[in-house]
Ligand binder design. Structure first.
Ligand code: F6R
Length: 242
C-alpha cells in the first residue's frame, strides 16, 4: 500500500483523475469499479473533463457500480445509479451493454449478487477500483464485522450508514439494506485507490491506517493490498503519526 497526502482536495482529485485516464488509455478494455458519494465527486468531474478534451474512448471499458441502496429506484437522486450516471456515465461513450449497476429494486437481491460475481469472473476481475471510506470505516457497504472473504452480497446497513446516507436524499429515506461488491473483489482487484478528504474523516483514517487490520474496520483491508494507494488531503491525514 502506498500512502499519498495532497495539500488539498483539488490536488487529490486531480491526481486520482489522472490515474483513471492513464489506465483507460493503457487498457481500453479495462474494468472499472467506482464508488459514489461526496469524496470522489471532483475526481469524476475532472476525469470526465479530461476524457472529453482528449477524446478518450470508453466504448470497450466495462463499468461496475460499487454498491446500491436496496429499495431505491435508479431515478431517485440519492441512488448510486443516479449519481454515477449523472456524473460519469452519461458524459462518456460507454456502451450500455458494458455498464453494470446493482438494481436496488430487484425482487431477487441474491441473484443480483450472483450476476455481478459471474460478470466479474468472466471479465477477469477489476482493473481499477475507486473507493471512499464511511464514517464507520466501511468500504462500499462492507460494514464493520464483514468477512474479508465475501464477494458481492446483501447487507443489513449499520445505523451510522443509514443516518449518514440521508445526506444523499432530498427527503428522509428509510435505508435498511444495501447491495455491495465484496472485499474479496477488492483484494483481487489489480489497482485500488482509496480516497478520503476533510477533517471529519481524520479519526477513521487514523484507525484504518494505524490500528490492527481487522474486519471491525473494513477500510484497514487496504493495507493488505500490494497495489493500493490511499490518497488523502492534509485534513484527512491530520491525525496520522508523522
Ligand atoms: C458509496 C460507497 C460508500 C462511500 C462512503 C463515503 O458508493 O461506496 O462506501 O464511499 O460512505 O461516502 P462519502 O464519500 O460521501 O463521504
Amino acid at each position: 500500500m502506498k500512502l499519498s497526502v495532497f495539500p488539498n482536495y483539488r490536488l487529490l482529485s486531480e491526481n486520482a483523475s489522472d490515474k483513471v485516464i492513464r489506465l483507460v488509455q493503457n487498457k481500453p478494455t479495462a474494468v472499472l469499479c467506482f464508488a459514489s458519494g461526496d469524496t470522489p465527486r471532483l475526481c469524476y468531474q475532472l476525469m470526465v473533463e479530461k476524457a472529453i478534451a482528449a477524446k478518450i474512448d470508453f466504448s470497450a471499458i466495462s463499468f461496475v457500480g460499487l454498491d446500491e441502496w436496496v429499495g431505491i429506484s435508479p431515478s431517485n437522486e440519492g441512488s448510486c445509479h443516479f449519481f454515477l450516471d449523472n456524473l460519469i456515465l452519461k458524459h462518456l461513450n460507454f456502451s450500455s451493454s458494458n455498464i453494470h449497476l446493482f438494481d436496488g429494486l430487484s425482487g431477487n437481491p441474491m441473484q443480483e449478487c450472483r450476476k455481478m460475481d459471474q460478470l466479474l469472473q468472466e471479465k477477469g476481475g477489476i482493473d481499477l477500483m475507486i473507493v471512499g471510506v464511511g464514517m464507520n470505516g466501511h468500504i462500499g457497504f462492507n460494514e464493520p464485522g464483514v468477512s474479508f472473504n465475501n464477494y458481492s452480497h446483501l447487507v443489513e446497513l449499520d445505523n451510522i450508514t443509514a443516518s449518514v446516507g440521508q445526506k444523499y436524499f432530498k427527503e428522509a429515506t428509510m435505508l435498511k439494506q444495501g447491495l455491495t461488491i465484496g472485499l474479496k473483489h477488492l483484494v483481487e482487484a489489480t489497482n485500488v485507490l482509496m480516497l478520503a478528504n476533510g477533517f471529519k474523516k481524520a479519526p477513521i483514517i487514523k484507525k484504518a491506517m494505524e490500528d490492527e487490520i481487522s474486519d471491525q474496520m473494513p477500510a484497514s483491508i487496504i493495507r493488505t493490498h500490494p497495489n493500493s494507494e490511499v490518497m488523502l488531503d492534509e485534513e484527512a491525514a491530520s491525525l496520522l503519526i508523522k
